[in-house]
Design a protein around this ligand. Sequence first.
Ligand code: SR1
Ligand code: MG
Length: 429
Amino acid sequence: MDGDRAGDYRILHEADLRDYLAGLPDIAALLGGEPASWAITEVGDGNLNLVFIVKGARDGIAVKQALPYVRLVGESWPLPLSRAHYEYLALSRQAQLAPGLVPAVLHHHDALALTVMELLEPHIIMRKGLVGARQYPRFVDDVTTFMAMTLFFTSDLAVAAAAKKEGIAAFAGNHALCKITEDLIFTDPYRIAEQNRWTAPYLDGLAAQLRDDMELHVAVCRLKLKFMASPEALLHGDLHTGSIMVTDNETRVIDPEFAFYGPMGFDVGAVLANLLMAYFASAGHERAAGERSAFEGWVLETVDKVWNEFARKFLDLWRAEATGDAYPPSLFTGDRGAARLEAERQAYMQRLFTDAVGFAAAKIIRRIFGLAHNIDFELIEDPRRRAISEARAVRLARKMMVDAPTFRTIADVTGAARNLRDWQPELSG
Ligand code: SR1
Ligand code: MG
């Protein structure tokens, strides 16, 4: 990490970046060749930042620089550069807890809000692969290890109370990014908001229903409160399939700029939601009936395994590594204590599952009615077909949010999704 002087920030365009990198001996050596020969391309397609790929004679790197505003919207929406600091902090912690599952950081400059990372090649953004009906055999094991390790080992189950509170404090300043989530996920889709959009006119009626649905408003506000007031563990905070890069053999979780201490179900729910959206979008990408059915089967099986494997790994960690202050062993001695503690672990996981179901629902609804959409649906060219896929996802999401506890197992979720695969919604327009 380098340079903390406020006021040193400037947006690095290609020429400035070349000079900057040339001044970092380790990075210049890694790239190899003359700086003038380095190929620099800005490839950022996310909502917030600049991302450059730099290739030299020897090797390549990825460079991420935060902009002082939301890239998707422009300078009218300022956003603190400090998010790059929290991202760096989160990446460093995640690298310790889940080695090999996040990109290696090669250099960080706080004042420039700039981080240099290993170039992930030939990895692609998982969401793009899912649109193309690709299956990823390593995904379940890797993403469940990532979640189990990062969530368990930053929670009160593993960490002593003082260290846990210091962890919370270290990320407390990332509140502007939390506020984005609080507004865009838990509030705007349920009210008239300038930045909302949906597949009009087909979903106009559904959007109006959402704005009038008091059961849904209560349910989403309960989730919002949980998000704001439950610092259970260090979250990635934006764990969708656009934040995961994959090959057949490797998985890397990227972009933890929304990291903060929050409810674990938010990260788990994000993964489940994005797989479910890939499932519902799949029918809209189909050119011949049934051509993607193997992929769709794999996606639902993956949803199932993500929860079951995550729960298994998390429980194993709890049984073996419970060094935190939350459940003192002295209160659970003997056979009776062991049995009671095990029952409590099961109850805890059931509560976490219910949270994940609710948060997954919120993540689905925001991608269909809020500001930031995803290519799973957006790349369905025919808006009517897109709206049909989206309406199916919303039907499941509403039930998951309002009736979360009725989904006792993940098979209840995948079964409900499967039942909606060919449901014909009534569309507006
Ligand atoms: C204005 S930022 C919109 C979204 O992009 C990020 O990926 C987060 O999901 C955020 O909600
Ligand atoms: Mg991101």
